[in-house]
Design a binder for this molecule. Structure first.
Ligand code: SAH
Ligand code: SF4
Ligand code: F3S
Length: 455
């Protein structure tokens, strides 16, 4: 006992929260099988690259990282290289890997992630290469372990896949159709997490507003919608914060908006991707709402929750976007006054409808618009954050700041990052922080009390 060196693993995540949560599950399964986390990619026994295909950049970063592993694999043939995630759901990617990186040991996809331990076991015992990617999703697999990145907050999948087929987006092809978990399974998972110290959960789905959970109980046969789920989770004792990602404007219900008033644990924050402010472009994108409808939704939300913070995703340079269309986006940004926004240059994704549109926007115009948009968003963020100076915010302390060990970092209920000085034993607790400085991307402050933890 004890003298057998445990095998080590390393997982790299390239994508969204869902991808990150999949990495936590992969790590959880490995630890259940006796592996321990390794120091870095090079010095571990098993490495997993969990890929994302949403933009060309993500693809490129993956191939760059994969290329770097070749030397280690040559020096140590038992070094086991596994690649998975959204990129692997595309045949052209699998073909490229087999051709240019034939030394990769395991290729698997998003739908058979739960089978990874089995695949790894056969590679280890027989030293063969395996490609196993399912074209379609099987039944939802419950009860997989997860090695959480944070002790006090956790992701919880409530549904998988996407049915929306926005014309620019690869996700419906890599994640399959929408499947919702049973509400009882979600509630049980959240209860277990809370018992394990989790205070904040983020419910995950590509479009949580179309959640349709079939109850397992015979006497309660109704289908739960997303708001029903929030109301139920709000009853869980010792859970402090509920967040969710991502919410599609076309399915955002009045019932969910009302939940902001009724559910004290639902954070006063919404990420509501708009993608464009031009109704014409929104139609081309197949988003199924107009600029006016989106603004109406924002009006309703602000009425129910006046203090809410709002963030969004915006794509610049979608095929056919004119200067006028782009100005509609700037106008919308000014009207909504986002607290923050993720901005993306439109990226051609093979196999999506927009990839074959002929009126692609030249790179220089895309960049020029992108810069103007970012400048506007930042100037609004700066003003909004400045207004926090002097306010007292409840902050769930997440850990030490990456850049300064003396500083702790956490988030307000409105998802704004806050840095402040304090002792490490505040990590995982909710503290009150007086904001002393509001910068463009974060707040700075000082702790005014140590508690209360849950009360
Ligand atoms: N399901 C979520 C988004 C998932 S992808 C939703 O509908 O809101 C995250 C973001 O990536 C999208 O909101 C979009 O802004 C961006 N994105 C997706 N495909 C893209 C592409 N081809 N080029 C540029 N940005 C893209
Ligand atoms: Fe992609 Fe649209 Fe689905 Fe979001 S809703 S994942 S942007 S297809
Ligand atoms: Fe997420 Fe990227 Fe896949 S954004 S769903 S990991 S394509």
């Amino acid at each position: 006992m004890g003298d057998i060196q445990k095998k080590t693993y390393h997982v790299t995540t390239f994508g969204c929260q869902m991808n990150e949560h999949d990495s936590e599950i992969l790590a959880g399964m490995l630890e259940e099988n006796g592996y321990v986390k390794g120091k870095d990619r090079k010095n571990s026994d098993v490495v997993i690259l969990n890929t994302c295909s949403v933009r060309e950049n993500a693809d490129k970063r993956f191939f760059g990282t994969l290329g770097q592993l070749k030397k280690t694999k040559e020096a140590r043939p038992e070094y086991t290289v596994c690649v998975c995630g959204c990129m692997m759901q595309q045949q052209h990617i699998i073909d490229t890997i087999k051709q240019k990186y034939p030394w990769v040991d395991i290729i698997f996809g998003t739908h058979n992630m739960h089978e990874f331990p089995k695949l790894l076991e056969s590679v280890m015992s027989e030293r063969k290469k395996i490609t196993d990617v399912w074209g379609e999703a099987g039944d939802i697999v419950e009860g997989l372990p997860a090695k959480r990145l944070y002790k006090h907050k956790s992701f919880v999948n409530i549904m998988y896949g996407c049915n929306n087929f926005c014309t620019y987006c690869i996700v419906p092809y890599t994640r399959g159709r929408e499947r919702s978990r049973a509400p009882e399974d979600i509630i049980a998972e959240v209860r277990d997490l809370v018992a394990d110290g989790v205070r904040e959960i983020t419910l995950l789905g590509q479009n949580v507003n179309s959640y349709k959970g079939r109850s397992r109980s015979a006497e309660n046969e109704k289908i739960w919608d997303f708001a029903d789920l929030i109301y139920a989770l709000n009853e869980i004792e010792d859970l402090e914060r509920i967040r969710f990602m991502t919410s599609h404007p076309k399915d955002l219900s009045d019932k969910l908006i009302q939940a902001y008033a009724d559910c004290d644990k639902l954070c006063n924050y919404i990420h509501l991707p708009v993608q464009s402010g031009s109704s014409r472009i929104l139609r081309e994108m197949n988003r199924k709402y107009t600029k006016e409808h989106y603004l109406e939704l924002i009006g309703k939300i602000k009425k129910v929750a006046p203090d809410i913070t709002i963030s969004t995703d915006i794509i610049v340079g979608f095929p056919g976007e004119t200067e006028e269309d782009f100005e509609e986006t700037l106008d919308l940004v000014k009207k909504v006054e986002y607290d923050s926004a993720f901005t993306f240059l439109y990226s051609i994704r093979k196999g999506t409808p927009a990839a074959s549109y002929e009126n692609q926007i030249p790179e220089d115009i895309k960049h020029e618009r992108f810069n103007r948009l970012v400048e506007l968003i930042n100037s609004i963020s700066a003003v909004k954050n400045k207004a926090y100076e002097g306010r007292v915010e409840k902050v769930l302390v997440e850990g030490e700041s990456k850049t300064n060990k003396k500083t702790l970092t956490g988030r307000t209920e409105g998802f704004k990052p806050v840095n402040f000085e304090g002792s490490k034993d505040l990590i995982g607790r909710t503290v009150k922080v007086r904001i002393t400085e509001g910068k463009t991307f974060s707040l700075f402050g000082e702790v005014i009390t140590d508690g209360p933890k849950t009360e």
